[in-house]
Ligand binder design. Structure first.
Ligand SMILES: *[C@@H]1O[C@H](CO)[C@@H](O)[C@H](O)[C@H]1NC(C)=O
Ligand SMILES: *[C@@H]1O[C@H](CO)[C@@H](O)[C@H](O)[C@H]1NC(C)=O
Ligand SMILES: *[C@@H]1O[C@H](CO)[C@@H](O)[C@H](O)[C@H]1NC(C)=O
Ligand SMILES: *[C@@H]1O[C@H](CO)[C@@H](O)[C@H](O)[C@H]1NC(C)=O
Length: 389
């Protein structure tokens, strides 16, 4: 008799955990942030001490600063916003050459504010591979020494909780988005840079940062339906990866899983992935860019937030991406980078919202709470069962 009873309570317990796993648990959800690049062409750039309030009023909890400035980092002290500071590509060679340059950078940008400003990570360069001249071998040979010097300099300062990484652009790093299972990192950096970098990330509990722009892949592949790129749910909006037997319902997941597959091929499976940039432009650089419009930008961002807040993850990674950063806070930030003139911002220069989107993605329907109740009822039953034996 006893065995059957205990197995039934075990069954109840397992069932309740099953229900709990369906819950929209806030801990497992992707941390959602925004990228910020000090505007260079805006006639009246927004004052830096207004940026923290702008970010939190959007319901975002993280910012990735592409052009760190001590005054801006200071503005984030005593806020709950986590920061990724990016070391501009320009500084990568000197930091690679000499650890005292790494220390100098940290003394200006980190030491005065940490830990009152929640600096979570430092990205050494942004898309450094594409920004440097062809001959990726030489740029690859700078990136790792620079990353190691920043890591060692942080240790010299006794700081152990800021992780160090760098960011890549999907189209420049990964061979293909489809099928995701066939994706690999492009040679030759795959061997010279990516594998040792992934080993460093594993050794230091750091994340892999990658810029994921479905817009760019959509533009390069005429056969991709727009709805697939914009998270629209239609029964015909899917692509099957025949190797893994996995069905994809949006391009974002396909790109994330392609990066995850490429990591697995390189021998590194479980490194957290951070989407360092993603978004959709509300206007294009060329007249032909008809899909760069405010309606599509709003659809993309709404779909992205709903997807990330659902906690469903991607087919290859149930827990999903660890963090995602929307590109970008204001239009017109990226004139200094040699990108086509497109507008990606989520705020107007006067700091009003461009889109009606609740980025905090709080549950508005009762659905999530109903599930919580069902899960809790099961848990109570399971505990009563356990206590009675
Ligand atoms: C930060 O979070 C803590 C704990 O949730 C809260 O008590 C505090 O008021 C928050 N601070 C700000 C500036 O929002
Ligand atoms: C690194 O820089 C420091 C200070 O500028 C200098 O004293 C030292 O010689 C440099 N080290 C190397 C290996 O170049
Ligand atoms: C990485 O995380 C694990 C588990 O949280 C911990 O045991 C380990 O000490 C961490 N390693 C480093 C280098 O921080
Ligand atoms: C802010 O700027 C936008 C776009 O230029 C404009 O539509 C809006 O009316 C402005 N709002 C305020 C309060 O100035």
């Amino acid at each position: 008799m006893a065995p059957s009873l205990s197995s039934s309570s075990f069954f109840t317990l397992a069932l309740s955990f099953h229900f709990l796993s369906l819950l929209p648990t806030t801990t497992s959800l992707t941390n959602l942030g925004v990228t910020y690049f000090t505007p260079v062409t805006m006639p009246k750039p927004p004052p830096q001490d207004h940026i923290p309030a702008a970010v939190s009023s959007l319901g975002l909890t993280a910012i990735r600063i592409l052009s760190p400035d001590p005054a801006l980092t200071r503005a984030f002290t005593y806020t709950n916003t986590t920061l990724i500071l990016t070391i501009p590509n320009l500084f990568v060679p000197p930091i690679a050459a000499n650890r005292s340059n790494a220390l100098r950078w940290l003394y200006i940008h980190v030491v005065p504010f940490y830990p009152r400003a929640k600096i979570a990570a430092i990205s050494v360069g942004n898309d450094f591979l594409s920004a440097s001249p062809p001959g990726a071998l030489s740029s690859a040979s700078l990136l790792l020494p620079a990353i190691r010097n920043i890591h060692l300099a942080l240790r010299d300062l006794g700081i152990r909780r800021i992780s160090v990484s760098t960011s890549f652009s999907f189209v420049n790093l990964v061979t293909t988005a489809f099928p995701p299972s066939s994706a690999e990192f492009r040679p030759p950096v795959s061997e010279t840079l990516i594998k040792p970098l992934l080993q460093f990330l594993r050794d230091t509990n750091s994340s892999f940062l990658i810029n994921i722009f479905p817009y760019n892949v959509y533009r390069l592949n005429a056969e991709i339906p727009i709805g697939f790129a914009l998270f629209q749910k239609h029964s015909f909006n899917f692509r099957d990866d025949l190797v893994t037997g996995v069905r994809y319902r949006n391009l974002f997941d396909m790109m994330v899983d392609a990066a995850i597959s490429a990591m697995a091929v390189a021998g590194y499976e479980n490194i957290p992935v951070v989407v360092a940039e993603t978004g959709w432009p509300s206007s294009g650089g060329e007249a032909s860019e008809v899909d760069a419009n405010p309606a599509y930008a709003e659809m993309y961002l709404k779909g992205l937030v709903a997807h990330l807040r659902s906690g469903v993850g991607t087919p290859l990674r149930k827990e999903g991406v660890a963090e995602a950063y929307i590109y970008e806070l204001f239009d017109d930030e990226d004139q200094a980078m040699s990108r086509p003139k497109r507008n990606w911002g989520i705020l107007h220069p006067n700091m009003t919202k461009k889109y009606k989107i609740d980025f905090s993605g709080s549950l508005r329907t009762g659905e999530g709470y109903a599930l919580v109740r069902v899960g809790l009822i099961f848990l109570v039953f399971a505990l009563l069962h356990l206590l009675s034996f």
